[in-house]
Design a protein around this ligand. Structure first.
Ligand SMILES: C[S@@+](CC[C@H](N)C(=O)[O-])C[C@H]1O[C@@H](n2cnc3c(N)ncnc32)[C@H](O)[C@@H]1O
Length: 293
């Protein structure tokens, strides 16, 4: 079982194993929900900092490549969108779907951004929720900065603090109360976690240390659909996000508590039911930064 201190290289390798394994499977299962919710925050980032025709754009932690395809359309045939992700299974799917959609100016590479990024220069490095999981974020952002053209820009969407992402946070508290956090586990973890860049000062300092300047954080509050009904929202909360991560790491040891967790989540999520589904508050930072001198 893992519980001892490890280097950031080991931790990153472990996070990649998680993303390429159980988390990939879970993102496939809930893609229809996740893409819609995350999509609105990503769209707002692309509205604030639109890629221009002819630009080369890097999409960091591109997952299934939804945003890479979107960016490829915006930069047009004279531009290029390069999606990178550390998990080969995400990249396989991204490549296949872009080929099926006959998108000629998007390509994908398996890359651990903490290690390197494809050769630049890129006018824009974009990321929708793909930068919060680096064990050594300064090293990763330094790589990104070095690949940016002078006058280029980093634009990324990251979760703001837990308390303003009420549905994720309440689900986490429910699971923590009933199941507790594991001290030891066999499963790989997803890295520092979705809220690792929630603190504006910490995020600003990480980017400064990586050599970025003109760092601007825009707060973006847009509620997101977390399920067509309460049962789907419960399934998603128990599979993804901080609550899902605790349950995954607890594994079989917590299975006997799952019914109790479901019941507690049911009471909580019932308060969020609207006409078209279960709607949770969601708050992100859309971060813009330039690569400095
Ligand atoms: C929450 S998902 C977001 C995926 C996609 N950007 C989206 O919005 O649908 C985070 C992604 O970051 C990727 N990732 C995590 N660590 C990474 C690393 N060190 N280098 C590159 N990608 C990484 C994961 O494999 C995963 O696909």
């Amino acid at each position: 079982m893992r519980s001892t201190t490890r280097s950031s290289v080991d931790e990153n390798a472990e996070a990649i194993a998680a993303w390429d394994g159980p988390l990939y499977d879970r993102f496939v299962r809930f893609r229809h929900i996740v893409a819609g919710g995350l999509g609105q925050h990503g769209d707002e980032a692309l509205r604030l900092y639109p890629p221009e025709p002819g630009q080369r754009v890097l999409d960091i932690g591109c997952g299934f490549g939804d945003t890479t395809q979107r960016i490829a359309a915006l930069v047009g045939p004279d531009g290029e969108a390069v999606g990178v992700d550390a998990a080969p299974r995400f990249i396989d799917t991204a490549r296949r779907e872009a080929a099926e959609a006959a998108i000629g100016n998007a390509r994908f590479e398996v890359v651990d951004v903490q290690d390197k990024v494809p050769p630049g220069p890129f006018e824009l490095a974009f990321s929708r929720f793909g930068t919060m999981f680096f064990a050594n974020p300064v090293a990763a952002f330094r790589n990104v900065r070095q690949a940016l053209a002078p006058g280029g820009r980093l634009v990324m969407v990251v979760w703001r603090r837990r308390i303003d992402n009420d549905c994720l946070y309440r689900a986490q508290m429910i699971v923590e109360q009933i199941v507790g956090r594991p001290e030891e586990y066999d499963e790989p973890t997803c890295g520092p976690g979705p809220f690792s860049m929630a603190d504006a000062d910490v995020t600003t300092d990480i980017l400064r240390h990586a050599g970025f300047t003109e760092i601007v954080l825009h707060r973006c509050d847009l509620p997101i659909m977390i399920g067509a009904d309460v049962e789907e929202a419960i399934d998603m909360m128990m599979a993804l996000g901080p609550a899902g991560e605790i349950l995954r790491l607890q594994g079989d040891r917590a299975v006997h508590l799952h019914d109790e967790v479901r019941q507690a989540l049911r009471s909580r999520l019932a308060e969020l039911v609207r006409n078209d589904g279960v709607l949770g508050a969601a708050s992100t930072w859309i971060v813009g930064a330039t690569p400095g001198g």
